[in-house]
Design a protein around this ligand. Structure first.
Ligand code: URA
Ligand code: SF4
Length: 241
């Protein structure tokens, strides 16, 4: 695109308020210039949900509808996720929804259509300070990683959904810079990938099964991954389960 003569990506950190609350986070994201994605997007899309939510659902980036409305997971992928949560017994009122990247990345298509473009590692890294701030605000017991971009934001670029789903994962030992360490992570496919899948029924069932694991971890019916003793001791504010 024509405007890409020099791309500045200082990262979001300087826009993150010192002691953020829900409102100052949302305001900060609107004025963030941590990477170039703010330029073409309608607005930034902060996380949404109860600030004392037990679970953080982490997606990739806002889609077309989310970009227009300023709310995460309001489009088709979000509706699929809602339905799957309901089937899995995961109460939506305990889920805070957010994305690894807060501005919509897209390519211009024909007739004003905007075509989703996966955010790059550079965008995930630039936007990371907002995710850290959301984690420290919400302090969720568990994180639901939706797809490869979200997985990369937590575990780094070598993360693969196929190898990681189906069992509770431990929050990475070196963290992502948050003070808070969730007790578990459940990784699953991105709901958009389920929507696009040629084996949609099978992939939807697998999504529901992964969400059921999160439900079981919340209720105590499944155990979170064991944490090594020295890590447990150094964990700020962690609570069992
Ligand atoms: N896909 C995402 O990853 N996040 C949204 O908010 C919507 C669609
Ligand atoms: Fe800032 Fe993230 Fe938006 Fe980039 S995508 S401008 S880092 S909020």
């Amino acid at each position: 695109m024509s405007r890409r003569t020099s791309v500045e990506r200082p990262g979001a950190r300087e826009w993150v308020p010192d002691e953020p609350d829900e409102r100052s986070l949302a305001e900060g994201i609107q004025v963030c210039r941590g990477c170039e994605l703010y330029r073409d997007a309608t607005q930034g899309v902060p996380g949404q949900g109860p600030v004392d939510a037990a679970v953080m659902a982490l997606g990739e980036q806002p889609g077309d509808q989310e970009d227009r409305q300023g709310i995460p997971f309001v489009g088709p992928a979000g509706r699929l996720l809602d339905r799957a949560c309901e089937e899995a017994g995961l109460d939506p009122s305990v889920v805070y929804r957010t994305n690894a990247v807060k501005h919509f990345r897209f390519d211009p298509g024909r007739a004003g259509k905007r075509i989703h473009k996966r955010p790059g590692r550079v965008h995930v890294t630039a936007c990371g300070p907002w995710l850290v701030a959301e984690l420290d605000l919400v302090r969720p017991r568990g994180v639901l990683v939706l797809g490869a971009t979200a997985g990369g934001a937590v575990f780094g670029p070598s993360f693969r959904i196929g190898e990681s789903r189906g069992r509770p994962l431990e929050w990475p030992a070196d963290g992502i810079g948050s003070e808070w360490s969730p007790s578990w992570v459940v990784a699953t496919a991105h709901p958009s990938a389920v929507l696009r899948s040629r084996e949609r029924d099978r992939d939807y069932a697998r999504l529901v099964a992964d969400l059921e694991l999160a439900t079981s971890l919340l209720s105590g019916a499944a155990r979170p991954p064991a944490v090594s003793a020295d890590r447990a001791a150094s964990r700020p504010g962690s609570s069992p389960g």
